[in-house]
Structure formats: structure tokens, C-alpha cells
Design a protein around this ligand. Structure first.
Ligand SMILES: Nc1ncnc2c1ncn2[C@@H]1O[C@H](COP(=O)(O)OP(=O)(O)OP(=O)(O)O)[C@@H](O)[C@H]1O
Ligand SMILES: [Mg+2]
Length: 485
């Protein structure tokens, strides 16, 4: 058997560029939007499937080429064998052998070659001319094993020694090229269609997320009044619902803060106006009096009436003493708790109202251990009493207002402001609404201290009882800092 050159495919020599999957396509890029990332991932999977499919098609094609060539060689060998057996009955052996070789003309896979004893080619059959042009890389990839068979011819006087059958894969490769190309084209078409469909589906599925993300950005900018449609898949609909609830809560809290701030500003300006009035009405005349007295002393000294000076000096002392008391009172109003403590501050508040509303009886019982409670709690107690008493007088038309502040049990302080006025309708006892800033502010303060606030009917069902309970545990005590007054 003649050993022909080895046409085996050298796939190992065909270098596959090393690609870092995913990263090569920028999928790991953090700035890449989720939608693009998903699409890129799916495209990558489709490409890998396409590559695997193509490799499978190629592998099958190579196998079928080898099988086909072996079968063609076997059939050719049988034909030649039969022809050689018939030679004994033929008159012209050389003509008969040339005819035998010529029967292989147009064969698709096998070429027959007639050789003499010196291996000279006496006749060669012509192979079927391939109609399909095959790219070189595909030919290298498929390869095929174009083996050969040597069949010896019995010796005769014509010098012919053998017939060689040589397999040639060119036609078979052309055939599988056509089939493989069609298969890969179908696969690619399918992958492209899938990619397009996936793009559309992902785009639609992620649209609610994009809306949600834009809405979150609005929230970040302080706009709490937007909402997102609650539709799409259940998970996203629930997410949108949660977002809307959150935005509503934030909007409510923002509105409440706004109202409280406005109230604070109003209170501040009222307090400032009050202070200005007091300074003008109380301290202003005293300063004027001191000025006048000083001028009198100067005049007395100039006219040599030294004995009249001491009474004038006493007048100055008196005026300065009164001014000091006024200034202390103003400071006490500015920082009542820190200046005088919660018990004295509540007493002072009661005195203030007693002087203005003598028609109302004020009963005050404040019994707290001031050393055990922090400044914040003292401030809360005072503000609750202040607003409770002010509400009772403004809205209740009471004959009596009672303030009780005491330790409820070991850890709580109970603040109670009760009046016997007209009271409040049942529905009004729920703290809500923009007009109820006093009660709302009270509730905020109490909640901030982890306490509770309730509005009840007063004694015997008349009037109103405001009851707050606030923990006074050590944890809530803020360290007292002595600020010079
Ligand atoms: N002791 C009371 N007796 C009767 N009605 C009361 C009493 N306290 C509160 N109210 C009613 O509850 C409402 C809410 O009180 P709230 O203190 O929140 O607001 P306000 O006193 O009207 O205004 P402000 O914001 O200046 O305090 C009052 O308008 C009043 O109708
Ligand atoms: Mg009020």
C-alpha cells in the first residue's frame, strides 16, 4: 500500500484567542446599566451556544467525510478486483486495464492510477470537478484521511504492475461545507431572533425599575410628592407600592416639620416682641430715671448742696436694683428651666396666669426630683404644662385648671393638665390636622422621649384632661452643663 502525504487537519495549530469571558465584553463594568448588562450576558451565552453548535457541526462533518472516503475506496477496490479477475478472458490486457481505470472518470471520491513496473503512471482517471468553492480554513478543519489502496496486477508482457486507488476528499468536503454553512446560518438566525426578543422582553420588564430609580432620585432632591404606577410583575408592583407609601409618609413628615417650624418662628417672634415690650416699658423708664438722677447729682454737686446728694444716690441704687430684677426675670423667661428649675418654672407660669386671669382657679402640684431628671425632660414637662394650660384657658372656658406633675412609678413621670371647661368632641381627641399644632408639637416631644400622650374627658365627664407619661430613666438624662447666665 502506498503511503500518501498526511492531510490530517491541524486544528491544534489554529490558535483560539484567549478571551476573558464577560470582562472582554465589558459586562463587569460597574457603570454599565443593568439592562445592557443582562443583554450583553445573554448575547454572550448565545454566542457561546453558536460557537459550540458550529464546533459540533464541524466535528460531525469531519466524521462523515472520513466514513464516505473509506466506503468509496472499498467499492473502488472491489470494482478493480473484479476487473483483474476478468483479465484472463480478455485478448488485450493493457486495453482492458486502461478501460477499467477509465470507469473511474467522474468519480466523486476516488481516483484510479495505472502504474508500470517502474512506477510510471500509464493512465489516470479524472475526478469529478467540484462545483462548490470551499474556504481553505474549512478544508483544513475537516481534513479527511485521503488514504490509498494499491492493487497488484498479475505480471504480463505489457509491463503493467498495479492499479492505485487514491481517495480525494475535495468533493465530499464541498458537500459538507454546503450543509454545515446552512446549519450554522440557521443557528445564527435563531440566536439573533432570540437576542432581539430578549432585548424587547428585558426592556419592558425593567422599565418599572427605571421609573422607580428616577422617582428615588426625585426623593433624594427633596421632592416627596411623586408616585410611581403600581403595575408590572408582582415583585415590582409591591416595590412600587412600598415606594409610594414611603413617599407619602415622607411628604406628611415634611409638611408637619414645615408647620412646626412655622409655629416655632411665630412663637419666637411673639416672644421677641414680648421681650422688646418689657425692655421698653420696664427697663427704659428706669434707665431714664437713673440718667435724670445723675444729672441732678451733678447739679447738686455744682451748686455746693452736698447734703442733698445721698438721697439721690439711693434713688439710683433702687433703680439699678429694680433693673437687675427685671433683667433676671427676662433671663428666666428666656431659659426658664435651666435658670430656675422645672418646679419654679411651672409655679412662675401659674403666677403669670393667676395675675392675668384671676377668675380662674389654678391648682399646681409639681413633685419631681429635679436631680434625677435631665434638662430635656424638664423642658418637655414645662412645654407640655405651658401648652396644656394655654389651651385650657384659650379654648375651654374653665373655672378651674389643675396641673399635677409627679413620679408615676420608678421610671415614669406623669404630667396631667385638667380643666373643667367645655371639653372637646370625641373625634377632636385624636391628635391630627394642620390646625392642631400645639397638641401635635406636644405629641412629637413626648414621642421623642419614648413616652405617651392621651387626651381624656375631665373629671365628672366635663372639661379636658391631658395626660402624658414620659420615662425618666438614667439613659434619658443629659449631662447638666452649667452655662453662665
Ligand atoms: N382644654 C381644651 N378645651 C377645649 N378644647 C381644647 C382644649 N385643648 C385643645 N382644644 C381643642 O383642640 C384644638 C387643637 O389644639 P392645639 O393646641 O393643637 O391647637 P390650637 O390651640 O388651636 O392652636 P395652637 O397651634 O396655637 O396651639 C383647639 O383648637 C381646640 O379646639
Ligand atoms: Mg394650642
Amino acid at each position: 500500500m502506498v503511503q500518501l502525504p498526511d492531510f490530517r487537519a491541524t486544528i491544534s495549530r489554529t490558535r483560539c484567542p484567549r478571551m476573558q469571558l464577560g470582562r472582554g465584553m465589558g459586562i463587569g463594568n460597574r457603570d454599565m446599566p443593568l439592562r445592557l448588562r443582562l443583554i450583553a450576558l445573554i448575547a454572550l451565552v448565545l454566542l457561546i451556544s453558536l460557537a459550540c453548535g458550529s464546533a459540533l457541526v464541524g466535528w460531525h462533518a469531519a466524521g462523515s467525510v472520513r466514513t464516505e472516503l473509506r466506503a468509496a475506496l472499498d467499492v473502488g477496490a472491489k470494482t478493480i478486483g473484479n476487473g483483474i479477475d476478468e483479465l484472463a478472458r480478455s485478448g488485450d490486457r493493457a486495453r482492458e486495464l486502461r478501460r477499467l481505470v477509465a470507469t473511474f472518470n467522474g468519480n466523486r471520491h476516488v481516483r484510479a492510477i495505472l502504474l508500470d513496473a517502474r512506477e510510471q503512471q500509464l493512465a489516470v482517471s479524472s475526478l469529478f470537478v467540484p462545483t462548490q468553492r470551499v474556504p481553505g480554513w474549512f478544508r483544513d478543519l475537516i481534513g479527511g484521511e485521503p488514504g490509498a489502496l494499491r492493487l497488484a496486477v498479475p505480471a504480463g508482457n505489457d509491463g503493467i504492475a498495479a492499479i492505485v486507488l487514491q481517495a480525494d476528499p475535495v468533493n465530499e468536503i464541498g458537500e459538507v461545507w454546503g450543509e454545515s454553512r446552512d446549519a450554522v446560518l440557521v443557528l445564527a438566525g435563531f440566536a439573533l431572533l432570540s437576542a432581539l426578543l430578549i432585548c424587547v422582553v428585558i426592556g419592558r420588564a425593567l422599565r418599572p425599575l427605571e421609573t422607580l430609580s428616577a422617582a428615588f432620585q426625585q426623593i433624594g432632591k427633596g421632592d416627596y410628592y411623586g408616585s410611581v404606577p403600581e403595575r408590572g410583575p408582582p415583585e415590582l408592583a409591591r416595590l412600587a407600592n412600598g415606594f409610594n407609601l414611603m413617599a407619602q409618609r415622607l411628604a406628611a413628615v415634611a409638611a408637619q416639620n414645615h408647620r412646626l417650624n412655622q409655629r416655632l418662628l411665630t412663637l419666637q417672634s411673639e416672644e421677641r416682641a414680648d421681650l422688646a415690650r418689657d425692655l421698653h416699658d420696664e427697663v427704659g423708664p428706669l434707665l431714664f430715671a437713673v440718667d435724670m438722677t445723675a444729672a441732678t447729682i451733678e447739679h447738686l454737686a455744682g451748686s455746693g448742696r452736698a447734703t442733698d446728694i445721698p438721697p439721690q444716690v439711693r434713688l439710683i441704687h433702687d433703680a439699678v436694683g429694680r433693673m437687675q430684677r427685671h433683667v433676671r426675670a427676662i433671663l428666666g423667661r428666656l431659659r426658664p428651666i435651666r435658670a430656675i428649675g422645672v418646679v419654679a418654672a411651672v409655679d412662675r407660669l401659674a403666677a403669670f396666669w393667676r395675675s392675668r386671669r384671676p377668675d380662674i382657679e389654678f391648682i399646681v402640684a409639681v413633685a419631681v426630683e429635679e436631680d434625677r431628671i435631665g434638662e430635656d425632660l424638664k423642658e418637655t414637662i414645662y412645654r407640655i404644662v405651658q401648652e396644656g394650660v394655654s389651651n385650657a384657658i384659650r379654648h375651654g372656658k374653665p373655672a378651674q385648671v389643675e396641673v399635677v406633675v409627679r413620679h408615676d412609678d420608678a421610671d415614669r413621670i406623669r404630667i396631667e393638665v385638667t380643666d373643667d371647661g367645655i371639653g372637646m368632641a370625641e373625634e377632636g381627641m385624636v391628635v391630627r390636622g394642620p390646625a392642631q399644632l400645639g397638641l401635635m408639637g406636644m405629641r412629637e416631644r413626648v414621642m421623642a422621649m419614648a413616652g405617651s400622650l392621651s387626651i381624656q374627658h375631665g373629671r365628672n365627664g366635663t372639661g379636658l384632661a391631658l395626660v402624658a407619661r414620659v420615662p425618666c430613666g438614667d439613659v434619658l438624662q443629659s449631662p447638666d452643663m452649667d452655662v453662665p447666665e
